[in-house]
Design a protein around this ligand. Structure first.
Ligand SMILES: NC(=O)c1ccc[n+]([C@@H]2O[C@H](COP(=O)([O-])OP(=O)(O)OC[C@H]3O[C@@H](n4cnc5c(N)ncnc54)[C@H](O)[C@@H]3O)[C@@H](O)[C@H]2O)c1
Length: 422
């Protein structure tokens, strides 16, 4: 019998990252109900997944007003909507698969943790990177002791100039008061990976960072408020919306088609719909004339209980969207680039070992295979009657404390923050 799901928030994540697992594994997953405030998303839920119209609801509240309809509720609405829906779902008896970040409020994170323990239901957070071949293999190397005792970890999140412009300047995560600070929204994944690889809790953090570039002072002369409104800098500007959403083969509708990021501008997008969105919607705005306030780069220093020291850099200013990491230990070092899906292990004094984790047919899709890896692990967990997933609420809250403490440090000029006091 497949595990049954209600999808609360049928957006890019709910409907395009997790729901498609059902198409390949109908014996493991079955979506039976859903909610979204956008009618067109409910139409997609009905048409693609055969959910009956009477079980498609116009809001999370309407769905949660029903008796329990499935084993699991996927909560994939926006950052600040997660916890109220997850608490109500647990009260109704659902297990919860919860999008990250849990919440930008530490009190809400703690409230969810308490409720999960109280109800005894599974609450698994979508820290999908732990389910990739890349980070799983790295973790296994470290746990086996191949490089001895770990001493340092250096991780870099290369956001990519166009992804920063899309999500964090023009798009949904541009303002921390509406969603979350960027170190939480984007990099709670990375905090979670550092915590996992270190193997013990983080004790202290210190952080610098700023919104340095994407603001009005940096607008070149001749820049228009919208890219299509006769901007004189269009040809030389890499952030030009027409390049990103129409012509760039990696991101535009002509090359990548309806997938993310164009799918965010319009449901089932066509080139005509994208032109319309660029003429009138938020994604056609000049990157120097938006109402964004989240950082465009940030660094964090971290100290773990077992004396491991780590650095993390998040930067908008990269060509591609990828993550790199290097771990050093007393007997060797290991490094890799997640987009390459290869790890290079060097035991001191021995030849380099290249560990090739590439898989035929789309290992790069869905966070390097992490989206489906998470679904596979989660369906097995629930089908087997378990509640303790690899990214359960307790360990996930730790990464949120790390991110929120880093943000507090950044806002306080880089002061060192001790997590136990935070
Ligand atoms: N795990 C990851 O790697 C990852 C990646 C990207 C985003 N996220 C997180 O996933 C969440 C969703 O992101 P997304 O990109 O899918 O955003 P999205 O805007 O595409 O999806 C959110 C959906 O929720 C719907 N919605 C809004 N209010 C609602 C309500 N009251 N009831 C029901 N539905 C409602 C919206 O109409 C939308 O369809 C965010 O919290 C985001 O930070 C996680």
């Amino acid at each position: 019998m497949p595990v049954t799901f209600a999808v609360c928030g049928c957006g890019a994540r709910g409907l395009e990252a997790y729901a498609p697992y059902q198409e390949q594994h109908p014996d493991e997953m079955k979506i039976v109900a859903g909610a979204d405030t956008r009618p067109e998303r409910l139409t997609m839920l009905r048409e693609r997944y055969g959910v009956p119209g009477e079980l498609c609801f116009p809001s999370d509240e309407a769905l949660l007003a029903q008796p329990k309809l499935a084993d699991v509720m996927i909560v994939a609405t926006q950052d600040r909507q997660h916890v109220p829906a997850a608490l109500a779902a647990l009260d109704k008896g659902y297990h919860v698969l919860l999008e990250k970040p849990i919440s930008p409020s530490l009190e809400e994170c703690r409230a969810l943790q308490r409720k999960a323990h109280e109800t005894g239901k599974a609450v698994v957070v979508c820290h999908v990177l732990r389910y990739t071949r890349f980070y799983s293999a790295l973790e296994a190397i470290l746990r086996r002791g191949d490089i001895g005792k770990i001493e340092t970890i250096d991780a870099v999140e290369h956001v990519a100039y166009w992804h920063q412009a899309h999500s964090f300047v023009r798009g949904n995560w541009r303002r921390s008061d509406e969603t979350s600070p960027m170190i939480l929204a984007k990099s709670c994944h990375d905090m979670d990976i550092l915590r996992w690889l270190a193997g013990e809790p983080c004790l202290r953090v210190q952080s610098f960072g700023a919104l340095d570039y994407f603001k009005a002072d940096n607008a070149p002369q001749g820049a228009a408020r919208r890219c299509l409104d006769g901007c004189q800098c269009k040809d030389s500007c890499p952030y030009d919306a027409e390049k990103i959403y129409i012509t760039d083969p990696r991101t535009g509708i002509r090359g990548r088609g309806a997938l993310w990021p164009c799918g965010v501008l319009a449901s089932e997008p066509t080139e005509e719909k994208i032109w319309d969105a660029l003429r009138t919607g938020p994604y056609g705005r000049c990157v120097f004339h938006c109402d964004n306030d989240v950082v465009d780069h940030q660094t964090v220093n971290l100290e773990f209980a077992n004396h491991i020291h780590a650095t993390f850099t998040m930067t908008a200013f990269t060509q591609d969207c990828r993550r790199t990491i290097k771990v050093t230990g007393t007997l060797g070092e290991v490094e890799g680039d997640m987009s390459e899906n290869v790890l290079r292990l060097r035991r001191f004094g021995m030849p380099e070992e290249v560990i090739d984790l590439r898989e035929e047919g789309g290992a790069y899709s869905g966070h390097g295979g992490g989206d489906f890896g998470l679904m596979s692990s989660f369906c097995k967990l629930i089908a087997g009657g378990g509640t303790e997933g690899l990214t359960g609420v307790d360990v996930s809250v730790e990464s949120h404390v790390m991110a929120l403490a880093a943000e507090a440090s950044r806002l306080d000029g880089g002061r060192t923050v001790t997590l136990s006091e935070f």
